[in-house]
Design a protein around this ligand. Structure first.
Ligand SMILES: Cc1cc2nc3c(=O)[nH]c(=O)nc-3n(C[C@H](O)[C@H](O)[C@H](O)COP(=O)(O)O)c2cc1C
Length: 257
């Protein structure tokens, strides 16, 4: 079973590749969250692997993955081994350590954790922007070969350290920066401009049901996890974040629609 969470489509594509190559069924964490059911009960069949696919947020775990692990109830599995594949623009810091700890709280064991570099989608703080087209295309062009190596490592049940990009100063990024990221993510500064044509896609895409349409326009509550699906995927480019994003690019994975 491949459980995936995605904001801008990168992790969905990687999950689809893994599903084909490992012959495992796909389950969308976005849909589980959106359904607002309190417990995620799954029966694991003989020989089925459990693979988690998700983006790295601020060198740590996205809130949706924390919530997913807390709500996950697996039956049938004798070995509760979890394989993780995280997508990131650059690197993941000590995210693997956080994941291991979080899984252990639910009696699950992290068998391996690997990363795949994909185009960056983080645009809501100064100094960060989407990749130039050539850089984004290059990352996508190299991703499948990396997935093949990860599949090999999963099939051989081994952690390949060369397939996990920790980056520089991981302790500072994951232990100092990540906690303040988590503390402030819910405080959104999103708003819709006059370009909004009230299509409602942002509300439909929001995995946290954090966007409601009021008088035809989107309004954000305080459950945001910063997946950035709304701002990056708005077809009218009508969503902004404070004064930070008007001059920034937008990104979402377009290869599979
Ligand atoms: C809130 C947020 C934080 C991010 N933090 C990191 C990071 O710490 N390291 C990194 O390499 N990329 C980071 N990124 C980039 C994403 O991990 C990357 O673009 C990922 O592939 C997006 O996956 P998705 O399209 O499935 O949502 C961040 C993106 C977001 C939205």
């Amino acid at each position: 079973m491949i459980f995936y969470f995605t904001g801008t489509g990168n992790s969905k594509w990687i999950a689809e590749l893994l599903s084909q190559k490992l012959d495992e069924r796909l389950v969308s964490i976005n849909e589980l969250l959106k359904s607002e059911i309190p417990s995620y009960d799954f029966d694991v069949k003989e020989g089925e692997r459990i693979v988690l696919v998700f983006p790295v947020y601020s060198w740590g775990l996205p809130t949706p993955i924390r919530l997913f692990i807390e709500r996950l109830k697996l039956t049938g599995a004798t070995e509760k081994e979890v394989y993780a594949v995280a997508t990131c623009g650059d690197n993941a810091g000590l995210m693997d350590k956080m994941l291991k700890k979080k899984l252990e709280e639910n009696n699950l064991h992290l068998a391996s954790c690997h990363t795949v570099q994909m185009p960056n989608c983080y645009i809501v703080i100064p100094g960060f922007d989407v990749d130039r087209d050539e850089v984004a295309d290059d990352k996508i062009a190299h991703a499948e070969a990396r997935v093949d190596l990860i599949v090999k490592a999963i099939l051989e049940n081994r952690q390949d350290k060369t397939l996990y990009s920790k980056g520089s100063l991981p302790w500072i990024k994951s232990r100092l920066i990540y906690p303040s990221f988590i503390k402030y993510t819910y405080k959104t500064k999103f708003y819709a401009t006059e370009a909004c044509n009230h299509c409602g896609l942002c509300a439909k895409l929001c995995p946290m049901n954090n966007i409601t349409i009021k008088d035809g326009s989107p309004a954000w509550s305080e459950k945001c996890v910063q997946c950035l699906a709304c701002i990056n995927r708005c077809p009218q480019r009508a969503i902004e974040y404070g004064k930070i994003t008007p001059k920034k690019g937008r990104y979402y994975f377009k290869c599979n629609g």
